[in-house]
Design a protein around this ligand. Structure first.
Ligand code: FAD
Length: 338
């Protein structure tokens, strides 16, 4: 779901419809639905970004099929804000109760390597998804947040990550904060829908990709599993990978974890925008906010996460969250106009 609004407080226009990133002009390949019984070694259920990446790599070595109940990439993947960052939602010092310092550092490195691997993929197959490497800024407006930012800076510096501290005296960003942690190689951005499609179109198993086919039930056999589709066809496989995102129906009874929901708004293109396009920006509020500038000078602004264990979206809560996002953005950048 997308919301577009003018950043000036007087004029506000909400648009409800398809996800922002799903609306592309490029002509992309569509895939057929499955209409017969079928056999594969590995079945991946869900062709969002997670299923697409898994399918791309596994199809280089294994007999694998990818199936989605809708169009590939049209789920949560197209709703994301797409700040691809190596840093996590929590500061290193808050993770120490569950991980060692070395493990946290290793997670950061793995995040960096993932971004490098995406860069490698783009160099090999071409940049058809607006991919760019980006810096990142994590900032605080709270007095007690300054120490946390400084500790995070020290943690990264001591482990060889590139990082710089920013205070009000050396802040060149067009909004105020008490302290910020700037990382020149902090992340990347792309259009997640186009990237997902590119991953799928470059996979080796072009004859085993099916859209508009829902897996409705799964049963275990002596040799593996049988997944049954909404057309009552059966897929016989040895292993199943669930990449169904927020669509938990198949796993619902297992009650494995809590779900969370996040919200995003997109502005109209802004004329006098001096926000640096090359930086992915995030604050330390609870719940936090994050933003970046899109290629056509819109700001995409997200956050306000909350627990979500319901079956469907609570529209009135969503409206409140969108308004809160808008007010927070207007407060940060009061002077922008279309
Ligand atoms: C508002 C918002 C902002 C976000 N911002 C960021 C961000 O800045 N950075 C970041 O890294 N992440 C962000 N995320 C998270 C990111 O979007 C998700 O982690 C990611 O897109 C999940 O991808 P996925 O492939 O797991 O799920 P999805 O894209 O939802 O794909 C799951 C697919 O499974 C299919 N499916 C489900 N059930 C079945 C079934 N029974 N049979 C067949 N197919 C099925 C669905 O049709 C769907 O296409 C954000 C998320 C949201 C909502």
């Amino acid at each position: 779901m997308k919301r577009i609004y003018n950043i000036s407080k007087k004029k506000m226009e909400y648009v409800k419809g398809e996800a922002y990133f799903y609306q592309v002009e490029e002509r992309l390949k569509n895939y057929p639905y499955l209409n017969k019984d079928f056999q594969t070694d590995i079945l991946i259920i869900g062709g969002g970004i997670v299923g697409a990446i898994t399918n791309y790599y596994l199809s280089q070595k294994y007999d694998v099929a990818l199936i989605d109940k809708s169009r590939f990439g049209s789920g949560c993947t197209s709703c994301a804000t797409v700040l691809l960052e190596y840093q996590l939602d929590d500061f290193a010092e808050n993770l120490l109760s569950v991980m060692s310092e070395d493990e946290i550092s290793q997670v950061y490195r793995m995040g960096q390597e993932s971004i490098i691997e995406i860069d490698r993929f783009i160099k090999k197959h071409g940049n058809y998804c607006h991919f760019s490497l980006r810096s990142s800024l994590l900032f605080t407006n709270k007095l007690f947040g300054v120490k946390a930012i400084e500790n995070e800076y020290l943690f990264r510096k001591e482990r060889g990550f590139k990082a710089k501290l920013i205070y009000p005296e050396n802040n060149s960003f067009p909004f105020k904060f008490k302290a910020g942690l700037y990382c020149p190689d902090g992340g990347a951005e792309f259009n997640p829908y186009l990237f997902t499609k590119q991953m799928i179109e470059n996979s080796r198993n072009q004859d085993k990709l099916f859209e508009n086919t829902e897996i409705q039930s799964i049963s275990k056999t002596e040799y593996g599993y049988i997944a049954t589709t909404n057309f009552h066809d059966k897929i016989y496989c040895r292993k199943i990978i669930f990449a169904t995102g927020y669509n938990f129906e198949l796993l619902e009874n297992a009650k494995l974890c809590d779900r969370a929901i996040s919200y995003t708004i997109v502005t109209n293109p802004l004329k006098n925008l001096s926000l640096p396009e090359q930086t992915l920006i995030q604050d330390d509020e609870v719940p936090y906010h994050y933003m970046r500038v899109l290629p056509d000078k819109r700001i995409i602004f997200g956050g306000e996460d909350s627990k979500f264990n319901k079956k469907s979206i609570d529209d009135s809560l969503a409206e409140k969250k969108y308004k809160k996002l808008k007010n927070t953005l207007c407060k940060m950048l009061p002077n922008y106009s279309e």
